[in-house]
Design a protein around this ligand. Structure first.
Ligand SMILES: [Mg+2]
Length: 227
């Protein structure tokens, strides 16, 4: 056992956030009387990505991101939207989205049964992530769940990993591996915290010159070859 402590990102690593987002946006826009889903979703995603980028860089806080993204996006389309109200409705749909990535529940369960200590290290809302992990049937395999809204700091900032390190009993960074799909949050964060990283890259995205992972996998089950 090289890495007995496994830190897993959640969105698009264990749970398919893209499909969850797509179906949640469809429900929200439909209930708000929006007919052109594709254009509206495109504008929303651009605004949302921009705000997440700012959040990862510590320029805005997470509530600012959540409560303004719909108002900003809809304003670009000439629609007046109450950002907080739209967000609350959207979140109701998101909470129920627990489509696994590949066979992640089996993989997590197997790792847990083999004696690995499995943790979640995610940017987002803790309550929502717990709800989704429960629905996907893998919540009980996690020793603890670290989510940025509770931590107060987000990946890739080193404060997030400091929090994780102090809240995991007998933590040893040489025995920990951060696994995730995002170079800019999971891998960069691991690098800054001096924790080895595994980049989950199922769509064979171009690697980055600046942000290098210790390992790269295309399929989740390849994790067994590393740990
Ligand atoms: Mg992710």
């Amino acid at each position: 056992m090289i890495y007995p402590i496994l830190l897993f990102d959640i969105d698009d690593t264990l749970l398919d956030f893209d499909s969850n987002e797509e179906s949640s946006l469809k429900q929200l826009f439909k209930s708000r009387g929006i007919k052109d889903f594709d254009t509206t979703a495109k504008v929303y995603r651009e605004v949302n990505n921009e705000l997440w980028h700012k959040y990862e860089h510590g320029e805005i806080d997470i509530n600012n991101l959540f409560n303004t993204r719909f108002a900003i996006a809809m304003a670009k389309l000439g629609i007046t939207a109450d950002g907080e109200e739209w967000e609350a409705e959207y979140r109701k749909y998101l909470y129920l989205g627990a489509e696994p990535v590949e066979n992640s529940p089996e993989i997590i369960k197997r790792l847990h049964d083999m004696g690995y200590r499995v943790f979640a290290a995610s940017n987002g809302i803790k309550e929502m992530q717990i709800s989704r992990l429960k629905l996907a049937g893998m919540y009980d395999c996690f020793e603890d769940i670290f989510v940025s809204d509770e931590v107060g700091v987000q990946k890739p900032l080193v404060g997030f990993f400091d929090y994780v390190a102090t809240h995991i009993p007998s933590f040893d960074k040489r025995k920990a591996l951060m696994i995730g799909n995002s170079l800019s949050s999971d891998i960069l964060g691991g690098n800054r915290a001096d924790i080895d990283t595994c980049w989950y890259n199922p769509h064979k995205a171009e690697p980055s010159e600046e942000i290098r992972s210790t390992y790269e996998i295309e399929k989740l089950e390849d994790i067994f070859k590393i740990v």
